[in-house]
Design a protein around this ligand. Structure first.
Ligand code: APR
Ligand code: PHB
Length: 390
């Protein structure tokens, strides 16, 4: 079999890249290790920057998002009984974010790929990349006990943090940067009305908490927990009681509780692997970088990677010009590191760090006091939250 671009990974990055390239007449094959059902069972964040919203609309996968998504013009930060509204629209000259679950985006992308006759191979096992530094790379994989080979021009590694693509770049070539945080997020999904129409990020002595939502009847809540904790240690009642202790009092009083329909713990890390390209292999999304979820940048960074990579591939195929492909890694890394910085800053601002006794605690309190008292500080937060330009 032959195609122009093999895309490893059928998550949001791989599927969106496939959809954009297909619309430009570029042939792709997506190889996904899991079943479609498994991929669609993942619960992930749901705050979309305008850049991602624009990309989805341009890729003809924005209709349900526009019907069911919610435009948010701001959010709240709460700290020691005080509440600061961050008016995104006012602070950024009208920019907003869209709240629409990543699971729904992945659903819409699978549907669009099917409708367009795109090739997505699920349950593709032992995907292996070959001849990356040649002009004739190829990919092998197994499915239903049979071996397959796909010859191609390029390979897009969109297979996430645990994928094969980043590992296919020789260690001698890779430079990895990582910070692992000493805590995780215990999150639940519940068929309850969200406690607030906007997100509430709460910095509390007992630990961070976040009140979010998927739609008017589906709420998403998180509390900071030990990185060695387990969802099994938390009954729904215990979760609700702890959440109420960490969010503003009036919110706690009106919080609608109910059975969790999903409960999981996510570890928090900041991670970047450089470069993003090696020969004919190009990494995009979680395959190349991981951000703590605090700033809701994971999916949005995958989107800007896909924007840069799809633009470069289209330029190559339309005008036989590989300059953007050669510059992809440097171009994407500039925006990646700015989002990395913002996600790290927001995480250090809002979480309880066990080792932060004394000086660390006082600096964190001062950072919060500065945010609560300075329009310039609020503007900096707002412009990063809505997404820096592509
Ligand atoms: N072969 C084929 N597919 C693989 C392999 C492999 N060896 N390893 C992983 N995959 C698949 C995974 O099953 C997953 O569906 O690659 C896909 C990667 O998808 P994501 O992990 O969702 O990463 P990405 O598409 O970059 O999206 C980033 O999704 O995970 C969230 O927090 C993340 O919001 C961010 C966004
Ligand atoms: C979510 O709704 O899952 C969510 C929202 C905002 C974040 C992180 C997660 O910063």
């Amino acid at each position: 079999m032959r195609t122009q671009v093999v895309i490893v990974g059928g998550g949001p990055a791989g599927l969106l890249l496939s959809q954009i390239l297909h619309l430009q007449g570029i042939d792709t094959v997506v190889l996904e290790r899991q079943s479609e059902e498994y991929v669609l069972g993942r619960i992930r964040a749901g705050v979309l920057e305008q850049g991602l919203v624009d990309l989805l609309r341009a890729a003809n996968v924005g209709d349900r998002m526009d019907r069911e998504g919610q435009i948010h013009e701001g959010f709240e930060v709460s700290w020691e009984g005080r509440r600061q509204h961050i008016n995104l629209a006012e602070l950024t000259g009208g920019k907003t974010v869209m709240v629409y679950g990543q699971t729904e985006i992945t659903h819409d992308l699978y549907d669009a790929r099917r409708a367009m006759g795109g090739t997505v191979v699920n349950k593709a096992e032992d995907v292996t990349l070959h001849e990356l530094t040649s002009h004739k790379p190829y990919v092998t994989y197994r499915k239903d006990g049979k071996s397959h080979r796909i010859d191609c021009d390029f390979i897009a590694g969109c297979d996430g943090f645990h994928g094969v693509s980043r590992q296919s770049i020789p260690k001698s070539v890779r430079q990895e940067y990582e910070r692992v945080y000493p805590f995780g997020w215990l999150g639940i999904l519940s068929k309850t009305s969200p406690v607030s129409s906007e997100l509430i990020y709460s910095q509390h002595e007992r630990g961070f908490a976040l009140c979010s939502m998927r739609n008017p009847k589906l709420s998403r809540y998180y509390i900071q927990c030990s990185s060695s904790d387990s969802p099994e240690n938390w009954s729904d009642e215990a979760f609700w009681e702890e959440l109420k202790r960490r969010i503003p009092e009036d919110a706690a009083q009106k919080l609608e509780v109910g059975p969790s329909i999903e409960k999981s713990i996510a570890p928090l890390r900041s991670f970047v692997s450089e470069p993003l390209s090696y020969g004919r292999l190009f990494l995009a999304g979680d395959a190349a970088h991981i951000v703590p979820p605090t700033g809701a940048k994971g999916l949005n960074l995958a989107a800007s990677d896909v924007h840069y990579l799809s633009t470069a591939l289209i330029e190559f195929y339309k005008n036989s010009d590989d300059a953007l492909l050669s510059a992809y890694s440097e171009t994407a890394l500039k925006r990646i590191w700015k989002a990395m910085r913002f996600s790290w800053w927001m995480t250090t601002l809002l979480h309880k760090f066990p080792e932060n006794k004394g000086f660390g605690d006082r600096i964190q309190q001062t950072e919060l006091e500065y945010l609560f008292s300075s329009r310039a500080a609020q503007t900096a937060l707002a412009e990063n939250y809505v997404g820096l330009p592509y």
